[in-house]
Design a protein around this ligand. Sequence first.
Ligand code: AMP
Length: 443
Amino acid sequence: MTFESLGLKKELLKAIEEKGYTNPSPIQEKAIPVILEGKDVLASAQTGTGKTAGFTLPILQIISDTKNPKYRPIRALILTPTRELAAQIYDNVREYSKHLNIKSTVIFGGVKPKSQIATLRSGVDVLVATPGRLLDLHQQKALSLKRVDLFILDEADRMLDMGFVRDINKVIEFLPSKRQNLLFSATFSKEIKKLAQGILNNPVLVEAAPENTTAEMVTQKIYRVPKSRKTAMVTQLISDGNWSQVLIFTRTKHGANRLADKLNKKDISAAAIHGNKSQGARTKALKGFKENTIRVLVATDIAARGLDIPLLPHVINYELPNIPEDYVHRIGRTGRAGASGEAISLVSGEEAEYVRNIEKLLKQKLEIVELEGFDLTPTEQPQQNNTSTKKPRKTVASQQGESQKRNFRAKRKPNDSNNNSGSSNRKKTNSKRKPNRGPRRES
Ligand code: AMP
């Protein structure tokens, strides 16, 4: 199939050609015609599937075809959970719209609002936003959502995980009731389906890949290694393999910082990216990584979510996530756009249960391999990269401890997302979590 056959106009085809895309990806093939028909869409798609172009191209076409020549109200609102994702989507919107008379901008927290307000006042057709800053600027009357025709909720599952449900509902109150809605999510939990019911009108279901499957081109390996030897193993893997672009996941922000520091001391240039870093530091780290001036990006799950780093050859799980779906998201960073990739997990004895849960989700056994010549003898002083001793609620617990925790969580009353997920108390709880799962928020 070609982009022409999807009904896209020549200005968009030109931009697509300049991006170097030859054929639409499966999600683009399915979503673009349906969106162009004006239908609501519920799409199951992860980052890496080409979903951004899947919704951006048709909305640009709709806006361009129905533009009022006299004034420029916000016609499309794209809501995303993280600043990085917002910035990436905005880059895409700008690139795809460069041959059209369409203005766009992005707003997110962590930076001063002044220039964002000035740009909004000058008139934009497409707004990409994170919920908190959008609501702040709406309250300040720096923007109006009354003319929004297209509402796009991206990474809806992560939005819920991050406690944005109340913010989303508030935003919807400011939108006109007649509008086209597109909801993209990597996973489809009961909560997502409920959210979708409240937003979408007779949606067409579009799926890019079956839920919770890992990219076929990704080789997955497990190295069994004591906790105290993980940094040494990472260093050896990167040095011996002469890897130039590696994404490493840690479970905690603190662990990410420590690992980045240690790698830098070993002359492996590394930067940490997580929620405690300033927006400037996050952008700089990502830019350095993309431009190959930084070899290693050490990230937590939430910070890494949605990062668009094409053709990433190596992903390392320094620690396994306690939520098996996060493993799928993590290794989705590699083997993208048809390239093969390698996902390596360093697993200590305490993490055995996480392996079992991941294998259950994937319905597949992960291959255990050995690193030749690597000394697995634990060092006397265990390293603290996994900050288990500091933050017991968010650690890789012993199996006994983990089952105790599960029992404890099972006894707790489930949270009411409407009561606890607004921006003011976003940090306090994590709503709608399955009872046997650990905290999802960055620690
Ligand atoms: P996304 O899933 O939207 O984050 O996109 C993942 C990556 O795929 C981005 O780097 C896009 O530029 C790229 N991409 C999107 N559509 C295509 C396409 N049709 N052909 C090749 N690459 C694409």
